[in-house]
Design a protein around this ligand. Structure first.
Ligand SMILES: Nc1nc2c(c(=O)[nH]1)N[C@H]1C(S)=C(S)[C@@H](COP(=O)(O)O)O[C@H]1N2
Ligand SMILES: [Mo]
Length: 406
């Protein structure tokens, strides 16, 4: 009979630490065996996320926040939603990481190491609202396929990096440049190395804005692994899919970038409104650019109770894509009347704005507090679901919370 090889004492004790309790009969465990309790990765531990974050999918990882978790003015990593289209990169080699700038519209392609980027160009820091185009998808009817985001696929962290425009200037761009497209090191779900999970971009006008960065820091530290370490494109106010994570190449194109998820129904909506469920011709679909005006009540958490005669201090954030929020209002009577909230200026362009109000209730009972933002073009959030589209993008309907006055 073959001799049984038991798991080493040190391994056993590290298993016990990870599981958080003694492994009874652990000394009988065979070498090379992994306890079931450790086979299920814990995304909260793995990505340092708040335990109240909601996992929508584990392959790929898609995790959203809840409104009350987004109360901070600058979103911390612990409460930032995760949206992955593929598998996270394996074996990130920072020493040898390069960003290549190529494409039809560069004079001559050029590559930069991380230290080239950091030493050659001026650093800039901006707080940027980055919202998934599919945030709010769960409300659409007929339902749209994809992660059923409710309200938590938005964050506004502080990003530090170099301006894409400074790097492009250093490379030399031809007059016929139309669009940039990013490429990254994450892995297609099929594991086919010839396929990319996503490769999107933006027109030159957006690429050349001051706030469009090739970022290497978030909230003053290295970008967390799952949010794009070591290099991320950030383009605030546009669908978050433009903000490529783990980027190693940017192509300057002489036509609209045609990478994965730039065509068909992906991040495109009918150019003109259509009836729910209607088939839309490919040429009638338009790429989503600036995101619509939207807001979120982050305090209190929905379901709050308050004593009669007390005022309820509410607060939250509002944002409007490339624009600013000009007016913020709330209603406690389902939109029959609106009162104004205080709204702050953004800390910089493309950062969300903070609002607050003191709410009085006339009598005991059940209420809903609704919040409505209006942008500088005078466009307000709709109370009900806006225009249906095949993939359920751009739901900017008013956010609301339930309140009981007792
Ligand atoms: N390389 C790469 N970049 C990516 C994605 C991805 O899957 N791979 N997802 C995009 C989409 S659809 C969104 S909503 C945001 C999510 O960013 P976050 O995970 O940092 O919140 O990243 C974008 N950038
Ligand atoms: Mo997204």
């Amino acid at each position: 009979m073959k001799r049984r090889l038991f798991v080493k004492k040190a391994t056993l004790s590290s298993f016990a630490t990870l599981i958080g309790t003694e492994i009874v009969f652990g000394s009988n465990i065979l070498d090379g065996y992994m306890p079931l309790a450790l086979q299920d990765p814990d995304p909260f531990k793995m990505f340092s996320k708040n335990k109240e974050m909601i996992v929508l999918n584990d392959k790929p990882w898609n995790i959203e926040a809840q409104a009350h978790l987004l109360d901070d003015k600058i979103t911390p990593n612990s409460c930032m939603f995760i949206r992955n289209n593929g598998l996270v990169p394996e074996n990130i080699d920072v020493e040898n990481w390069v960003l290549k700038i190529d494409g039809e519209s560069v004079a001559k392609e050029k590559t930069y190491t991380l230290s080239d980027l950091k030493s050659k160009f001026k650093h800039h820091t901006y707080q940027l609202t980055i919202e998934c185009g599919g945030n709010g998808r769960s409300e659409f009817n007929p339902p749209a396929k994809g992660n059923q985001w409710t309200v938590g696929a938005v964050h506004c962290a502080s990003w530090t990096g170099v301006r894409l425009k400074d790097v492009l200037e250093d490379v030399g761009i031809k007059n016929n440049a139309v669009y940039i497209g990013y490429h990254a090191t994450d892995i297609h779900l099929s594991r086919d190395p010839k396929k990319e999970p996503i490769s999107r971009g933006c027109p030159m006008s957006k690429a050349l804005q001051d706030e469009t960065l090739i970022a290497f820091q978030m909230n003053g530290e290295d970008i967390p692994f799952v949010h794009g370490y070591p290099l991320r494109l950030v383009a605030g106010g546009w669908p978050a899919s433009v903000s490529g994570k783990w980027i190693n190449r940017i192509s300057v194109r002489n036509k609209v970038h045609d990478g994965t998820k730039m065509t068909g129904d992906a991040y495109r909506v009918p150019c003109k409104p259509v009836a729910p469920g209607e088939k839309v011709k490919d040429e009638d679909m338009c790429i989503i650019e600036s995101m619509p005006v939207k807001s979120l009540i982050t305090y209190p958490k929905s379901g709050a109770t308050i004593k009669k005669g007390k005022v309820l201090n509410i607060r939250g954030h509002a944002w409007a894509g490339e624009l600013e929020v000009a007016k913020m209002e709330y209603s406690i009577d389902y939109g029959a009347t609106w009162k104004v909230c205080t709204i702050e200026k953004p800390i910089n362009r493309l950062a969300w704005q903070h609002f607050s109000a003191s709410v009085d209730f006339p009598q005991t009972g059940y209420y809903e507090v609704w919040a409505k933002a209006t942008d500088t073009n005078g466009i307000a959030q709709p109370m009900l679901l806006p225009g249906w589209n095949p993939k359920g993008y751009l739901n900017n309907a008013c956010h609301r919370i339930a309140v009981k006055v007792t």
